[in-house]
Design a protein around this ligand. Structure first.
Ligand SMILES: [Zn+2]
Length: 102
């Protein structure tokens, strides 16, 4: 994965495009199943992720990069909801909520 791809992962418009088009946040190809999410233990515990959905291989590649967060875990799911923040949410970023964990 290139630097520009990695930078793009946190970009809100890219995250939304991945969600709506069901494409991988890493390689921009269509997603199949399972879908992988990379998240911190806190995101895993809440079942709410901020990075876009990815292929399993793309998520594993990203986790192996030198600047990956060492606490990242991979969660696999067959599907997910894209949840936009409401007016009252402190965290104004949309989240991905896996709905059929594998
Ligand atoms: Zn991919």
């Amino acid at each position: 994965m290139s630097l520009s791809q990695r930078d793009r992962l946190g970009d809100a418009s890219w995250v939304t495009q991945c969600a709506l088009s069901r494409i991988c946040g890493g390689c921009a190809q269509s997603l199949g199943r399972p879908v992988a999410f990379l998240g911190t233990p806190d995101e895993v515990a809440r079942n709410a992720f901020h990075l876009p959905p990815m292929h399993v291989a793309c998520a594993e590649d990203l986790r192996r990069t030198p600047d990956a967060d060492p606490v990242w875990q991979i969660t696999l799911t067959a599907g997910f909801e894209f949840v936009r923040p409401t007016r009252d949410d402190l965290d104004r970023r949309p989240t991905f909520q896996p709905n059929s964990l594998l």
